[in-house]
Design a protein around this ligand. Sequence first.
Ligand code: PCA
Length: 324
Amino acid sequence: MKKLIALTGGVALAALSASAASAQQKWDMPMAYPATNYHSQNGEAFAKCVNAGSGGKVNVVVHAGGSLVNGNDIKRAVQTGQAPIGERLLSAHAKENALFGLDSVPFLATSFKDADKLWAAAQPKIEAALEKQGLVYLYSVPWPPQGFYFKKEVNSAADMKGIKFRAYNAATARIAALGGMVPVQIEAAELSRALATGVADSFISSGSTGVDSKVWESLTHFYDVQAWLPRNTVFANKAAFDKLDAATQKAFKSCAATAAADGAKKAEELTAGYLETLKKNGMKVLAPSDALKADLVKMGATMTDEWIATAGADGKAIIDAFKK
Ligand code: PCA
């Protein structure tokens, strides 16, 4: 709440100083993940690109780590114009529209190449869904493949029973339910503390977030199951974007295309190194046992059916296009 009040004040101040100088608009860009994470660094590069490309008409200022707006509130903040632009894990909003959860359907797209193909098949429909909510799609960047973090050896779904499992969207909460675990919804910014205090004892995520959270301080095992590659998506408030002149809008779009390509490349380059860092810090980095894999594939099939049932004809068309 404090953050939002500060933000509203900031927007008002920015508007005042913009009309005084009548030159530059400040565009605060809340992001949820740490400043050192490649998503945030890519966001910084995007901001720099836009600021230069707009000839100084806009000044996009990145606020990483949920410092301006909590991750969970970023989408709403941009929709309501409290922030003109922001980045969010769209799958956390799958309850608004099943399409937003497409990137977290287990074992549908498990490599960078397939995740990009799946996204390309879905992007026009996702752009249209965002536009209906008053948002302009700018770019989207994958996370590395998702694996399980535990505090003990887990060789099948039976070993998961009763564990407190940190969820970051509906799909991860569903996995908890299917595995007989207890889901707790926690933003990445709060993850280290949740693990240290025993609020959660396990989660599914990338090596990237495991390293960001220094997960080895609390947990011991990482199972590299490569369940899916979720994405962070950057969008702008449509009313604010529509007010920009054509050249500035063009700068946003072309910088967004660069950010999409650079971000995906970076994610792929960094993937193996994250797992190395986990190992170096004492984590056991393991392939799942056949029994665990089989249990997970079964959960994945259930969740795929559920997703298709919720996403309807649009969802089916996207999956058909992806599988072609
Ligand atoms: N990190 C984010 C989402 C997916 C990922 O790899 C998180 O755990 O919040």
